[in-house]
Every structure is written in C-alpha cells, then in structure tokens.
Design a protein around this ligand. Sequence first.
Ligand code: 13P
Length: 258
Amino acid sequence: MTSSPAPCLLAANWKMNMDHLKTLDFLRQLSLLLPEERVWKAGVEMAIFPPFTSLRTAQVFSNSYRLPISLGAQDVSPHECGAFTGEVSASMLEKLGCRYVLVGHSESRKNHHETREELVGKVKRSISSSMIPVLCVGEKEKGEEDWEEITSQAGEVFCDLEPEEREKVIVSYEPVWAIGSSMTASPDRISRATLALKGKMQEKFGLCPRILYGGSVNEGNIDSLMGLGLGGFLVGHASLNPAEFATIFQRLAEEGSR
Ligand code: 13P
C-alpha cells in the first residue's frame, strides 16, 4: 500500500508579534476570510506558530470554532523539566495541542547561541512528545552558491538522531539573507539548495526529508515558488496580515486542487 503524500504545509512564524488579543482578532478575521470548507480540504495544511503566550488562545479558538489549523511552537527546551527558568518544555507544548516545533531558526541560533547538542536535544524532546520538529537551516550570505553550510547544519543534527527520529524531522531551507529582507531566493536557487540538501541526506542517512522554504514569501511571489517540489512554506512578516496570509493559502489550495 502506498501512503498518500503529506499535504503542503503553509506555516506562519509570527516571531515576537501578536499578543493573545491580536491572536484572537487574527483568527476571527481568518475564519471570515476563508469561510468555504472546500478551501480547507484542498490538500494544504495551515499552521500558526505564535509566541508561547498566545498558544492557549489559538488552541481554544481553533477548537471552539472548528478552525482546521495546526499549532506550532517557535522553540522548546532541550530539558525535560526542572530548574530552567524561562524555558518551556516539550510536554507543556504537547498539552497545548502543538503539532510542530521550530528548531534552530536563524534568529534563535544568533540570539541564543544554540549549540549543536541543544539543537539535537530540542529535536529529540519534540519527537518524544509526539511533535514534529522543523529544523531550520540557511546560508548567511547570498554570495557564491556553496551548499556545504546548509548540508552541514542539517547533517550535524541528523547524525545524532536515531534512524526513526530522522524520518520525523522536516527541514526548512531559510537563507538568512532572505529573511525579513524582501529579497526572496530565486526559484532556481531554492531548487539547487533543496536538491543539494536531499542529495546529502540521502547519501549520509539514506533518507530524503520533506523540505520547506522560508524567506520573504508573500502574496506577490507565492505563484513563482509553487511547483518546485517543496513540502511547504514558512512565512514571517506576510503572515501577520490575515488577508495576505489567507490569499497565500488560497493560492496554494487552488494549485493543490488542480
Ligand atoms: P520573513 O517571511 O519575514 O522573511 O521571515 C521568514 C522566516 O523567518 C520564517 O521562519
């Protein structure tokens, strides 16, 4: 029996935006903007990654109003529980209904100086709490195309995972220079980067991970990014506007139902 392909994932990384009231307002608007059941059933999964303080609001709203969105957390502690002031554990996120966890976003790597061991711990904790880690990788400079930087970012985490853990990880290709810059990577560059990532993962670990793209995705460029064989998109600033995010979702849904 062949398993059906995973739906395209459209994920909103809200970063440090959207308090719980704004989250409520966003979700209310979203449900009005996308009233048709057909759009939600077209093979695109929408996921929202709000700040920790808005997760419960998003969970209650989506359950109460039957809004078929998934929830994700922007980070997780590599520790199980205990004296780790300011950290949030995987089991706490699981209890808030999170399906996904971002690990190693370039902003967290830079601001929190995350070590390789911490990234591995975050991936493992997420998986053991039945969540799907989305491991972010991306080259810092636009310059010459040299995929060593991104393949080693993925490889150094994958090498410390068990084979069954590796299969659960989604990789998000997010060139650092494209994030928040309005300079989206070209479709050709995204194809070459994802091909290099898949090739390296196949060669070293015998698997081909699902790959997302993130970096200045918006309603104006989403059409040019479809058809690259990506597993989905991670959207930052354009996801803060419910009308723009709904448009991106609709474009993907139309493409998916063709
Ligand atoms: P922007 O869409 O704002 O460039 O952010 C992308 C991002 O960081 C996704 O995780």
